[in-house]
Ligand binder design. Structure first.
Ligand code: ZN
Ligand code: ZN
Length: 345
């Protein structure tokens, strides 16, 4: 049960659609006895409902980002709620709509977030206190409050809570140890965690509690819910810039602040993109001017590679010694980013 159409075919059929789609996400940590079974069951139903997106299923739960035809949204929600362990799942809708996914992928994984920390380093029965967005705003202003961004570095590069501690982590597997180390000595502070939709804070809060942190809070529904609630209540967002998302939109604008910089010319920009050269595919930030200059590539080298005929390109890609490496940009994390982004794709 897999989709075998090409990328171009998929994009074409998406354009022909006569209905609107809505992007939505949900997760739950809960014991799933047979993830394979659930995966197959979900796949059959979702294909039938024209749902696209990416879902991870594991013995520890489910993590989903999907694009649903508007007329199927209610059906879909009832279907998920009809599954025993998912009866209380909350759905979060995107802050900014747009073409998010072109196909459906449901994968069985060991973890729903790839933290790769030992099982005894957390206890999912003891997680941080959930704070609704308005309460989170109040709480982060209290004495002894600290805010920690529980995402990878490149995500916070384009958007973050003001005054947040940004861990220098480039892989999910580095994140928890890095955060624990960064917060050493702050065990008595009020630690406030946030991430995109809330899922990463669940295990992270549990991990920090086990490490001896006494007061750990997590933003319920993540930045997505926060952005919705600030808008709805006409409140000033303490989160500034863009919320990075793991789909083709690559980001949702929360405020007009542009806090990132083009990786090529260093002017303010917060447009993430993948290098147009598929042999490189690097995730990076590029301003419009550099996009024009480098033809959506991360470097001159990648742009030149794309000018070659397809046969030569294929030959070069095969030949490891001559492999066209991505540009020699000065950002220290570029190869790591490339790998990490592909994990999610
Ligand atoms: Zn630039
Ligand atoms: Zn490149």
């Amino acid at each position: 049960m897999y989709n075998k159409k090409s990328k171009i075919e998929l994009k074409k059929s998406l354009k022909r659609e006569s209905f609107n789609r809505t992007t939505c996400s949900f997760y739950k940590y809960c014991f799933i006895d047979n993830p394979e079974d659930l995966r197959n069951k979900l796949y059959s139903y979702l294909i039938e409902q024209d749902i696209l997106g990416r879902i991870y299923v594991s013995k520890e739960g489910i993590n989903a980002q999907i694009s649903i035809p508007e007329h199927n949204v209610e059906n879909f929600k009832s279907y998920i709620h009809s599954i025993d362990v998912f009866s209380d799942i909350k759905f979060k809708h995107a802050v900014e709509e747009g073409a998010s996914f072109i196909k459906l992928k449901i994968l069985v994984r060991d973890e729903i977030v790839a933290y790769k920390v030992p099982e005894e380093s957390y206890d999912m029965n003891k997680t941080g206190v959930h704070l609704k967005p308005l309460d989170f705003n109040r709480s982060i202003k209290e004495k002894d409050a600290i805010i920690v961004d529980m995402r990878n570095y490149y995500e916070s590069e384009v958007g973050r809570f003001k005054n947040a501690i940004i861990p220098d982590a480039h892989f999910s597997k580095e994140l928890l140890p890095t955060v624990a180390k960064t917060l050493e000595g702050k065990e008595d502070k009020k630690v406030h965690l946030y991430c995109t939709g809330g899922i990463r804070c669940e295990k992270a809060s549990s991990y920090l509690i086990k490490k001896g942190f006494k007061e750990v809070y997590q933003l319920e529904g993540g930045i997505i819910q926060y952005a919705h609630d600030m808008k709805k209540n006409d409140l000033k967002s303490e989160f500034i810039g863009k919320n990075f998302v793991f789909d083709d939109r690559m980001g949702e604008r929360v405020t007009n602040d542009i806090i990132g910089k083009c990786h090529q010319c260093k002017t303010p920009s917060d447009n993430h993109k993948n290098c147009k050269n598929d042999a490189c595919h690097l995730l990076f930030i590029q301003c419009d001017k550099c996009a024009e200059k480098f033809k959506d590539c991360c470097s001159k080298a990648c742009n030149e590679f794309l000018q070659l005929d397809i046969v030569t390109q294929k030959k070069l890609r095969k030949d490891k010694n001559k492999k066209v490496s991505s540009a020699k940009l000065s950002t220290k994390f570029r190869p790591k980013l490339y790998k990490l982004f592909n994990y999610w794709k």
